[in-house]
Design a protein around this ligand. Structure first.
Ligand code: FAD
Ligand code: NAI
Length: 483
């Protein structure tokens, strides 16, 4: 006998597991199907984010930052260390333990919220009688191929099957020499020379990890501008800092061939001047973006519409072309971010319940967890210029912030952009220490349509990095107090 559910979520990444929990909170009989396996073949819910994305990358960024501080920054504090060493096996073991804590945490949350979990691959079989035409019938039949095969019937389906790394043509991932994010997070020993293709978010984060641990890192980027989506002033400041650290980024390249051999990987490319170049590295990480994943979902069985790039087609409310079938996260349009997937998951569960779930795409924050961190929300200065919008800009450097001086990390700035007439905050951009935490204040402010003056008039704790945020808001009216 098939089990029937009000809501079945296919995919247990941050989009899927959060959607399932919210649906259960709203009183729906809910199941979540996820196929990710841990080393022992057991369930490892949490998707890309938990297993080979956000969480393990931040664990390694933390370990490698400690190592770099111990080697360079501690001496300034009068702390002497002899024979500094790094045990990569232990570092990777810690990272794996952090991942497992998160996998186990999600399984616990499923139990707590009475979400039925199925470990295996979920595929559409057919629309169950009457459902697809009326939108109100009993739903869809879904096969779960796991240790045992089962069939479930769902009234509502939420597709949250995520994304996969994009490979360079002719250079498939072998995870030994040519690495995706998966292999990049488990390199067993520090490579002498590491190449990365793509100076995007993964390129900079993973490049930073292995550079801090001692690898010579070269990043090859196709675009002529560094971090084109980031506010230009902020991107320039970040680029300066990365150059100083020795992270080599070559812009405007065209990759022609990638060959693996006994000694490593050879990349043939043309530089920005069109000159033929060769790069020899021990390992190559390819981080040139990700593609929506519907492998094994069998969308054809029910006529679920995909676009030309394989993403599930959805409207603003995450509705697909099929009644009662929704899709969220990396498998649909929009930024590929865990918190965007989560917000869509909550909104869809609430819409199924007849509520007005809402995701504000204008206030989704971005963070790049390098050192300095880069974080932003809203529009960049170049976007405002291109749109012909009259704006005011205010910046405040961490160099003039007492807490940053005490921390010994004064790189970067906070930048505010506000409407020239109304003073409404249009964008906030940060490069510097703890930018990932500081950006939340800006997100809240923009969600409430605050003006720069609102932030400037709010009391911020002293000494704190957040005072730089207040000062940047003051800078909009050219009245900083500490600079
Ligand atoms: P996923 O997390 O990809 O989850 C999809 C799940 O569905 C997987 O478990 C998969 O096994 C399962 N699945 C797929 N098909 C089926 C099927 N047919 N049946 C059953 N299960 C199926 N984002 C951030 O916001 N912050 C970060 O710091 C960050 N760091 C990242 C670092 C790296 C190295 C990478 C690669 C990504 C990072 N991201 C980060 C992006 C983030 O991981 C994704 O945006 C997020 O995981 C998308 O969530 P999702 O639920 O849509 O999909
Ligand atoms: P990305 O889109 O951030 O960067 C890819 C880069 O590769 C771009 O700069 C692009 O111009 C370049 N590129 C594309 N094709 C190329 C080619 N043939 N040769 C050279 N360069 C080429 O993608 P990335 O870094 O792979 O990450 C995927 C996604 O994962 C991100 O877009 C982001 O959504 C998510 N992510 C988020 C993180 C965070 O929030 N901190 C961390 C890591 C990933």
């Amino acid at each position: 006998m098939s089990k029937s559910f009000d809501v079945v979520v296919i995919g247990g990444g941050p989009g899927g597991y959060i959607a399932a929990i919210r649906a259960a909170q709203l009183g729906f009989n809910t199941a979540c199907i996820d196929e990710w396996k841990n080393e022992k073949g057991g369930p490892a819910p949490g998707g890309t984010c938990t297993n080979v994305g956000c969480i393990p990358s931040k664990a390694l960024l933390q370990s490698s930052e400690h190592f770099e501080h111990a080697g360079h920054a501690f001496a300034d504090h009068g702390i002497g260390l002899k024979d500094l060493s790094i045990d990569i096996g232990k570092m990777l073991g810690r990272k794996n333990a952090v991942v497992k804590q998160n996998n186990d945490g999600i399984l616990y949350l499923f139990k707590k919220n009475k979400v039925s979990f199925f470990h295996g691959r979920g595929s559409f079989v057919k629309a169950a009688e009457g459902a697809a035409s009326t939108g109100s019938g009993q739903g869809y039949e879904i096969k779960v191929a796991g240790a045992a095969e089962e069939t479930v019937i769902a009234k509502h389906v939420i597709v949250a099957t995520g994304s996969n790394p994009r490979a360079l043509p002719g250079a498939p991932f072998d995870e030994e020499l040519i690495l995706s994010n998966d292999g990049a997070l488990r390199i067993p020993a520090v490579p002498k020379k590491l190449g990365l293709i793509g100076a995007g978010v993964i390129g900079l984060e993973m490049g930073s990890v292995w550079r801090r641990l001692g690898a010579e890192v070269v990043v090859l980027e196709a675009l002529p501008t560094f971090l084109g989506a980031v506010d230009e002033q902020i991107a320039k400041e970040a680029q300066k800092a990365f150059n100083k650290q020795g992270l080599k980024v070559e812009l405007g390249v065209k990759i022609s061939e990638v060959k693996t051999g006994k000694k490593g990987v050879t990349v043939a490319y043309a530089n920005a001047k069109g000159e033929a170049q060769t790069l020899e590295v021990d390992k190559l990480i390819v981080s040139i973006g990700r593609v929506a994943n519907t492998i094994g979902l069998n969308p054809e069985a029910v006529g679920l519409k995909l676009d030309e790039r394989g993403a599930v087609v959805v409207d603003d409310d995450c509705k697909t072309n099929l009644p009662n079938v929704w899709a969220i996260g990396d498998v649909v349009r929009g930024p590929m971010l865990a918190h965007k997937a989560e917000e869509e998951g909550v909104a869809v569960a609430e819409r199924i319940a007849g509520q007005h779930g809402h995701v504000n795409f204008n206030t989704i924050p971005w963070v790049i967890y390098t050192s300095p961190e880069i974080a932003w929300v809203g529009q960049t200065e170049q976007q405002l210029k291109a749109a012909g919008r009259a704006y005011k800009a205010g910046t405040f450097p961490f160099l003039a912030n007492g807490r940053a001086r005490a921390l010994g990390d004064t790189t970067g700035m906070v930048k505010f952009l506000a409407d020239a007439k109304t003073d409404e905050i249009l964008g906030v951009h940060i490069v510097g220490p703890m930018a990932s935490e500081l950006i939340s204040e800006a997100v809240v402010a923009m969600e409430f349509k605050a003006s720069a003056e609102d932030i400037a008039r709010i009391c911020h704790a002293h000494p704190s990095l957040s005072e730089a945020t207040k000062e940047a808001a003051l800078a909009i009216d050219k009245r900083t107090l500490n600079f």
